[in-house]
Design a binder for this molecule. Sequence first.
Ligand code: FES
Length: 129
Amino acid sequence: MESTGGAAPARWDAGGSDEVPERGRLVVDAGETSIGIFRLDGVLHAYENRCTHAGGPICQGLIVPRVVELLDERRAIIGSAFNEAELHIACPWHGAEYSLRTGRHAGGGALSLRRIPVEESRGRIYVTV
Ligand code: FES
């Protein structure tokens, strides 16, 4: 992948739009930064390919629907189900999950993947690092 800028931060041509279909993924290197690019509901999301836990290649993990607990009228847990509208990515090293839409750790708190600016123009995807 080649940079289209001279000084940092640089804009990188990450590939063709067709390389990231709906619910798809593309992992690229922009200089020394590995980046995962995802498309969810038509919107691109890009994150540094580095887990907050121990630096694992989070963007290469399994993409799974969010698991939600089912409650009865007394708010007691009666089971669980998948929320197909919300996707998570699970780190291949130790299983930490993050929202694909926000980059936030599924367990709550302040942990979040580093979001990378991403844009699409004339059939190409660009990231700025
Ligand atoms: S490095 Fe990702 S969960 Fe440990």
